[in-house]
Ligand binder design. Structure first.
Ligand SMILES: CCCC/C=C\CC(=O)SCCNC(=O)CCNC(=O)[C@H](O)C(C)(C)COP(=O)(O)OP(=O)(O)OC[C@H]1O[C@@H](n2cnc3c(N)ncnc32)[C@H](O)[C@@H]1OP(=O)(O)O
Length: 285
């Protein structure tokens, strides 16, 4: 076994050892994002529901975008983003799509990802992530673009794209570079480090570490409640000033950003690593 495959197997195996043993619920043909609006608070809980691991594909990105559109239309006061899986928030981009796609499908994937990014990052209401399980790669990223993160103990979080062989898309670098202290961002991005919630909280990657999903939801509600007495126009104007650079980057460079992503995924080196990663994932049992 080459060093690379051994490394990938070790990474995946160590992920597995950390998992709790709750069985994955049987999936019925259900919506990819479940919406539950609390009439008292006006908060919508959006639960990603692409079991078993909420891997992000065009359909899940589109379902997230549609759910945010619905929240905007209904003048939501806030969103809690979580997952129906008992142990996985999201396992990131769908490795099957990275492994077996082509430039057209990768373009469509990144296009859908950009749309979902803009809907969440530029929403007119705050989002809080109740990270109730592993949040890896794109899963970590989509929690990072929320306004707040509470993560349940015992799981892992991080941007591990580099381990999958993908050069980090610019917007991920921008966001992580702003959220984490510079040195931690640099190490995390170039080594693809996965963190425990306790480690993540020390470097600003998560805000609170909690014991279970119920506590994560309570923390998220408490965060959203902080905005109840503040005029939202003022909050949104301020937030857009803070977030302008990333939003403008995607809006003004949409096609270039898609091309960069496709180029990163289709490179021979990336495809070889994705292939090894995919096989290690499939062979781990
Ligand atoms: C939007 C910005 C994105 C930026 C660009 C790209 C970044 C990425 O997101 S790359 C993907 C990064 N993700 C990973 O590296 C996660 C890999 N998965 C794991 O480490 C483990 O599967 C995980 C800890 C999440 C869960 O472990 P288990 O509970 O033990 O489950 P299994 O490993 O048995 O997985 C169940 C089932 O799901 C398949 N799987 C897992 N991850 C993915 C994935 N990302 N995409 C597609 N499918 C995935 C896994 O192969 C199993 O399938 P079967 O063998 O067919 O049951």
């Amino acid at each position: 076994m080459s060093r690379n495959i051994l490394f990938l197997s070790k990474t995946i195996n160590s992920n597995v050892r950390r998992l709790c043993t709750t069985p994955t619920p049987v999936q019925k043909a259900e919506k990819l994002v479940l919406i539950d609006v609390n009439d008292k608070t006006g908060y919508g809980t959006l639960s990603m529901n692409r079991l078993p691991v909420n891997s992000l594909n065009v359909e899940l990105f589109n379902a997230l975008s549609d759910a945010y559109d619905e929240m905007e239309k209904n003048k939501s006061r806030g969103v809690i983003l979580t997952s129906t899986s008992p142990k996985i928030f999201s396992a990131g981009l769908d490795i099957n799509d990275l492994y077996s796609g082509d430039s057209k499908s990768w373009s469509e994937l990144w296009d859908a990802s950009q749309e979902a990014f803009l809907k969440i990052y530029d929403a007119s209401f705050p989002s809080a992530a109740a990270i109730n399980g592993h949040a890896i790669g794109g899963g970590c990223f989509f929690s990072m673009i929320c306004d707040y993160r509470a993560m349940v103990k015992g799981y892992q979080i991080g941007l591990n794209e580099i381990q999958v062989g993908i050069a980090l898309p610019k917007v991920l670098v921008m966001i992580m570079g702003k959220l984490l202290p510079r040195r931690h961002a640099e190490i995390s991005l170039t080594q693809g480090t996965l963190y425990s919630p306790e480690q993540a909280s020390k470097i600003n990657l998560v805000d609170d570490v909690v014991v279970d999903k119920a506590e994560a939801i309570i923390k998220c509600e408490a965060f959203l409640n902080k905005f109840r007495k503040i005029p939202m126009d003022a909050v949104n104007t301020t937030k857009r000033t803070i977030r302008r650079e990333e939003i403008d980057y995607i809006r003004n460079n949409k096609q270039k950003d898609i091309d960069d992503f496709v180029k990163a995924v289709e490179s021979v080196e990336a495809q070889n690593t994705i292939k090894m990663y995919y096989q290690a994932l499939k062979n781990k049992k």
